[in-house]
Design a protein around this ligand. Structure first.
Ligand SMILES: Nc1ncnc2c1ncn2[C@@H]1O[C@H](COP(=O)(O)OP(=O)(O)OP(=O)(O)O)[C@@H](O)[C@H]1O
Ligand SMILES: [Mg+2]
Length: 346
């Protein structure tokens, strides 16, 4: 369906909450990249809601638009070739897309912070951990670092909070002297330094071994409870979602195809793509020897071979004729369960 026709489809409102329980409401968000090979519709009509104080998991295969979504919220899409062409991102009631560059800079790092996948590339190799932490605190004015000695104290305090041993020594270290897990803890300390309302973590533990991964996730959960910060957890790991999230948005080719509470997604997935993801998780206690783990057949379509209608129709075991003709709008079979699949048309 083209964009004009898509407009004609009445969108079910993503937010059911008219009070102040929703921190972030994204509606019909389109972010496109205008490349020599054509237009890449990285986000093609995203609808999602993040409730205050909760963790929302964003899951989906590589290339489905998770990082582009995170960068769109912060208005960090490189232009050219990218541009947010349509939609709204309401954060605490204000549409971030209508803010001036100065206003959005105030939001970044103060109200919304981000942790990137590769901590090594986000830390500056030529400055000590301590000076980088102190700079963040000073920049965002929440706690004035004052003198050099005070700055050092603040940095030590922050390192302590994220569980770094001997913080008095570590403030003098350079990033290359710390392990990947330690660097990620430093990134979390930086992201939380200005007490943001929202922290976006883009695959924060992908580069780490499983033990360190579990420690970092526990740390994020604890800090979330202490500070009340809401989290968007971008991951392709459903185990992480089960451990950390209250709500989940499942993405496929630039759409949120299913959005619901974590229990509903795991116990009663509705979208055939989500059902496939669930079937592909190995489960303890099930007889697995001699049986192959389920894999969703086929490949994710690219911008060049995107099928007409629902983008999952070439891989869907439940495909119907309408799926090959028209893109499904979001339907709401339950008040808090949103699904983009013609099977749930009222
Ligand atoms: N600068 C860019 N120029 C052109 N296309 C881009 C650019 N950045 C992202 N894209 C495209 O946008 C789509 C979504 O990419 P994105 O990085 O958000 O995927 P992802 O879900 O984060 O994947 P992964 O799990 O591998 O991190 C992809 O098709 C990607 O090729
Ligand atoms: Mg990514």
């Amino acid at each position: 369906m083209d964009t004009e026709k898509q407009d004609a489809v009445t969108h079910a409102p993503v937010s059911q909450d008219t009070g102040n329980g929703d921190l972030l409401i994204i509606e019909d968000l389109h972010t496109h990249f205008f490349t020599h090979d054509g237009i890449v519709r990285a986000l093609d009509g995203i609808d999602l809601v993040l409730k205050s104080g909760k963790t929302l998991g964003i899951v989906g295969e590589s290339g489905c638009g998770k990082t582009v979504l995170a960068l769109s919220i912060l208005r960090l899409i490189p232009n050219p070739p990218g541009r947010i062409v349509k939609g709204s991102i309401r954060f605490q009631g204000r549409d971030l897309l209508t803010l001036t560059e100065r206003e959005i800079r105030q939001i970044r790092g103060n109200s919304i912070s981000m942790i990137f996948q590769e901590p090594m590339t986000s830390l500056n190799p030529v400055f000590t951990i301590g000076s980088q932490l102190a700079e963040v605190v000073t920049l965002h004015q929440k706690r004035r670092a004052g003198t050099k000695a005070q700055a050092r104290e603040v940095a030590i305090d922050m390192l302590k909070k994220v569980g770094i041993p001997s913080p008095e020594k570590r403030v003098r270290d350079y990033p290359h002297q710390l392990s990947g897990g330690m660097c990620q803890r430093v990134m979390i300390a930086m992201a939380l330094a200005c007490q943001p309302m929202l922290m976006i973590a883009d695959e924060p533990t992908t580069a780490l071994d499983v033990t360190t991964q579990a420690q970092i996730l526990r740390l994020m959960n604890t800090l979330k409870e202490e500070t009340g910060t809401s989290i968007i957890m971008v991951t392709h790991d459903l185990g992480i979602v089960a451990q950390t999230c209250q709500d989940v948005a499942v993405m496929y080719t630039g759409h949120v195809v299913e959005h619901a509470g974590v229990e509903a997604i795991f116990s009663c997935p509705l979208h055939p793509y989500t059902k496939g993801l669930m079937q592909s998780i190995p489960r303890m206690g099930e007889k697995v020897r001699g049986t192959r783990l389920y894999a969703i057949p086929g490949n994710v379509p690219t911008a060049r071979n995107m099928p007409k209608g629902c983008s999952f129709n070439t891989r869907c075991p439940e495909v119907m004729e309408i799926c090959r003709q028209e893109t499904p709008p979001p339907f709401r079979p339950e008040p808090l369960h949103l699904v983009r699949c013609w099977r749930y048309a009222p």
